[in-house]
Every structure is written in C-alpha cells, then in structure tokens.
Design a protein around this ligand. Structure first.
Ligand code: GLY
Length: 573
C-alpha cells in the first residue's frame, strides 16, 4: 500500500513536471506569436483595421470599453507607434478624415512642417544640384513632427480620457511584444542605416539579427509616452522630450528648434467632398493631393459606364490609366500647401474642366504624357506610410493615414526618447522645375519654405451611401495611394467585387511621368500584353499599397478587411 502510494506520488511528480515542461514550451511558443493575424472579420458593434494585429486589438479593446471610433483611432495610432516602427510614429505626421454620428465631417491636418530655419535650397550643393540622400536620411531630413498634436486635437471628439487611450501603448513599449518574421526581416534590412544615421545606437539594433518571436522592448519610448500621458501635448512639444529632440538635432546637424516644436499646431480643415454616382466621398484637402486626385480620377470615369467594360479588361484599365495620367499632371503643376501658395482647387475639380481633360482620350490607344500636358515629371515619393480605418456602432467613421515618409523615416532615433524622426522634408520639391536625384521634378507650388507643409498623397477616405458611412478606407504607398484608392473604390462600386478582391487583386499605377503603367508582379500577363498592343510601356514593380477597409453590409454588419500584402489585421466585436 505504502509502495503503491509512493509510486502514485512519483507518478504525480513526474506528470506535474511534464505538464510544467509542456506548459513552458507552449508558453514559449505562445510568447513567440501571442496573436493571430485575421484578414477579415464581420462584426456587429465596431471594427478596426490597421497594419498590425496588436494595434487593431488595442483599438477594438477601446471600443469595447465604451470608447468611440475617434478614441479607438487614437489608441490604435499610439499602439502603431510602438509595434510598427517603420511607419507608425510619434515623430511623423498624418491626416484624419472623420464623419461623426451627428453628421459632422472633419479633416484634421497634422502634417509635419518645415522648420523655421529651412530654406528653399537647403538640399542643393554649390552648383545648384540636389545632394543625394540629404533630404531622405538623417537629422536634416526631418520636418517638425505633427502626430502628437493631431492626436490631442482629435481627442476632443472622443469619449475616454487620453490616459486610458495611451496606456496600451505604454504597456507594449515597457513590456515588449514579440515581432513577426516580416518585422524581423525589416529591422535587419535597416541595421546599417540605423548605425549610420544615429548618434547613439538605438534599441532597434542588436548584436544578433532579429528573428520572428524576439521581444522588442522600448523603455525610452515608454518614458516618452508616459510624459505625454502626464503632461499632454506639452509632454512632447516642450520639456524633456523637446529638449531631447533638440539635443539630437545638435548632435546630427539638424535644424529643428525648441521654438519650432512649441509653435506646432494641428489644423482642422474643410474635408474635400464630392459625389460619385449615388455616393458622397469625403477626403483630405491640401496639403494632401489625395482628395483632389481621387475626385478628378473618379469623375473622369463616372459617365463612361466602366462597369460594362469589366474588371481587369484592357479597356477599363486603359480608361483608368488615362484618368490617372491627367490627374497626376495637374498634381505636379499646381499642388502644394494652400496656406502658402494659391492652389486652384475649385478650377481643378470643376466638372466642365474635368470633362475637358478627357476630350483627347482615345479608346484603344495609349496617351502620351508630353502631349497631354507639356511639363515636368513628378518626383518619386516614399511608400512607407500606414493607414487605419475605424467604424463604431453609433456610426462614427474615422479614416487615418499617418507616416514617417520612408520606412523608418530619417532612420534617426531621438536618443533618450526612443522614437524615430520622419524624413518628410523629401516630400517637398528640393529643386522646383529641374530634375532631382530621382531624375524627376516637382512644381514651384511645393518648394520649401519655413513653416510650410510638404505636399502629400495620403488619401484617407470615407464613402457615404444614403448619407451614412458605407466604406472607410485608405492605404500607404506614396504617389500610388490615390490610384490605389481609385481602383479599390471602382472595384467595389462599379465592378461589384468583394471587399477582399477589391483590395487584394493586383493593382496598376500611372502617374503621368514616367510615362508607363506600373504593375504588381501578379498582374495578369495577357492584360499586360493587351496594354502593350495599345502602345503602353509596362513596368513590373513590387507591391502597390496596403489597403485597410471597413464596409457596412446591407444587414448592418461591419465587414473589416485587411490587405494580404503585409501583417495587416482586421479586428472588432
Ligand atoms: N510621405 C508620403 C506622403 O505623404 O504622401
């Protein structure tokens, strides 16, 4: 009996040991990937789609705690600043378009601005040539960050305290989170740049290469977030954080001053609104070209029964390409910060003008950018931006696109504060009227001036149907953002594609100059060939956009769909 009980005890100890071992193995695995990436979710009460599953979950938690879509968008952006350092940010800027349950329509501009010491020729050498990389990497490429001001400006439309909204981001930074394979590869790919453009080695550089499941802890970022929690926007634009930014500038030859930071303000603007068939489209006005470009492109195809041509038919792609060509020609010539230059916004979106632009369109024959509009090529813009869409049960809709410009911005981390600075100065025309280092140029309207906001392509968009939010959508992708939105919306509204197909089917892009159609690798070969026969040059490139959309279904459910091109995730409840 004694012997039996001893054997039982031994068995229990062994079993307990085995279970403990299994649990520890399991919890290690759990630790590696404690989240799953859901690409589509149909929910009743509220939905969030963003570039990272942890950020989408933070937004959803806030909705579940009684926050509205604005609250969720703020918390999601703050979480992205921690878990998605290549584009989520405190040191960058962005735009928010919102439609509130009472019908109010908001457009919030928290775009970076040129520092007061910036000057028109600051990126040119003594011969007047653009100095390669100077507006893209390091301290001098940074504009005055707008994100934190934007978050506080939008918070007045929220319900929960900012303290509550920022806490998940603080926890993620303080305790760390496990990174995905994609994130590991991305951090490894910029290791050399981080070493080159930092005065103090940042947390993103470690001895061994990053791998999936590694935990990224960001203590200095957590401290910055706590200062913002405790002191509000002043916790960023004044005091310790501001001093750390300026000290970083001094170490690396940057020009942002304490006064630049203190005087930064986000600006509420009138959303750019237009109708497309039975829908109303809300978009971002200047300094983003996105709203006007989308308006022009959609109006150029509206009366041409594009649906009957068929999705991915050569005829439909040609029609859309020619609309894109004409809209982007106007972008290069006329667009910039309307607080500084006259942008003929009324004229550009006048319906007779838009129709006249398509007069020389010939079905089946490629247009020619030099004939369509003699002028100057547009610049290549960085595509590393990020978008999030939120819709709550009251019908508040929020569409936010935010950016550091290039992936990891300037690659410069503010030492002691733990966040990356943008390289948004590159979105200005470094040398108006002459080819820049990409062999392309931008217009006079987008020349550098102190305090001016650089032209953007970000296109956060809300589509209303019967005066209620129907689609909340946006994408990163530099100059490909407006064409990505154009295709996604035409795919849904005209071709009747499912939201997943509208987002994930391979896309194309034409931006006037270079005069070619860019296509994703999966773009059908037969379609490329048909377009070549019409006279187009086809150029294969990488992914175009990473679209996040929420669509309201006919039964009132919310369909949240995240792009398959990244770790983007849909969440909600
Ligand atoms: N930096 C990309 C954009 O603003 O369009």
């Amino acid at each position: 009996m004694r012997c039996k009980s001893f054997r039982m005890k031994a068995a229990i100890i062994l079993l307990t040991g085995f279970l403990a071992y299994s649990f520890s193995v399991f919890s290690q695995a759990e630790k590696a990937f404690p989240y799953i990436i859901t690409k589509k979710k149909v929910v009743t009460h509220g939905a969030v789609v963003s570039a990272h599953p942890l950020a989408s979950k933070v937004g959803t938690d806030i909705l579940q705690q009684g926050g509205n879509a604005i609250d969720a968008a703020i918390a999601t952006q703050l979480a992205l600043a921690v878990v998605y350092p290549n584009a989520g940010n405190l040191g960058g800027g962005g735009f928010m378009v919102a439609r509130l349950k009472d019908g109010q329509q908001l457009a919030l501009d928290y775009r970076e601005r040129a520092p007061d010491k910036a000057s028109r020729n600051m990126y040119l050498n003594e011969h007047g040539a653009v100095i390669e990389g100077k507006s893209i990497n390091g301290h001098l490429s940074a504009g005055v960050p707008g994100t934190v001001a934007g978050l506080f400006a939008s918070a007045k439309y929220g319900r929960l305290s900012f303290r509550k909204l920022i806490q998940p981001a603080i926890d993620l930074a303080e305790n760390g989170f496990s990174i995905t394979a994609r994130e590991a590869a991305s951090l490894n790919s910029i290791r050399d740049d981080l070493k080159k453009y930092n005065t103090v080695l940042p947390v993103f550089v470690k001895k061994e290469p990053w791998k999936a499941g590694d935990i990224l802890v960001q203590k200095e970022l957590a401290a910055t977030l706590r200062r913002i929690r405790n002191q509000g926007a002043k916790g960023f634009y004044e005091g310790t954080t501001a001093q750390l930014i300026v000290a970083e500038m001094k170490r690396g030859g940057g020009i942002i001053t304490l006064e630049d930071l203190k005087s930064y303000h986000a600006k509420f603007r009138q959303p750019h609104v237009f109708t497309y068939k039975q829908y109303t489209v809300l978009g971002m006005p200047m300094p983003s070209s996105g709203g006007i470009l989308l308006h022009q492109m959609m109006k150029m195809v509206e009366t041409r029964d594009i649906a009957s041509l068929g999705f991915q038919s050569p005829e439909a792609v040609q029609l859309m390409t020619e609309a894109e060509r004409r809209a982007y020609a106007d972008r290069a010539e006329y667009m910039g910060d309307a607080d500084f230059v006259k942008v003929p916004q009324q004229e550009l979106t006048d319906s007779l003008y838009i129709q006249s632009r398509m007069k020389n369109y010939v079905a089946g024959k490629a247009g020619n950018s030099l004939l369509i509009r003699p002028g100057l090529p547009t610049r290549k813009e960085s595509e590393e931006t990020t978008h999030l869409s939120v819709l709550d049960s009251d019908g508040n809709a929020v569409s936010v696109t935010t950016t550091l410009n290039n992936s990891y911005g300037s690659k410069t981390v503010v030492a002691g504060a733990g966040f990356l600075l943008n390289d948004e100065m590159d979105d200005f025309s470094a040398k108006p009227g002459a080819p820049n280092l990409y062999g392309a140029v931008g217009g006079e309207a987008n020349a550098i001036a102190p305090g001016k906001r650089m032209l953007s392509s970000m296109t956060p968009t809300i589509v209303l149907k019967n005066n209620k939010p129907y689609i909340v959508v946006g994408s990163p992708g530099g100059t490909t953002i407006p064409t990505t939105l154009f295709q996604t919306l035409v795919n849904i509204l005209d071709f009747g594609l499912s939201t997943e197909d509208a987002i994930n089917k391979p896309k194309f892009h034409h931006q006037w100059l270079p005069d070619r159609i860019d296509v994703e690798p999966a773009y059908p070969q037969s379609l490329r060939e048909a377009l070549r026969l019409m006279g187009y040059t086809i150029y294969e490139r990488g992914a175009i956009g990473r679209t996040e959309a929420i669509k309201v279904l006919t039964d009132g459910h919310l369909e949240a769909v995240a792009d398959t091109r990244g770790d983007d995730a849909a969440d909600g409840f």
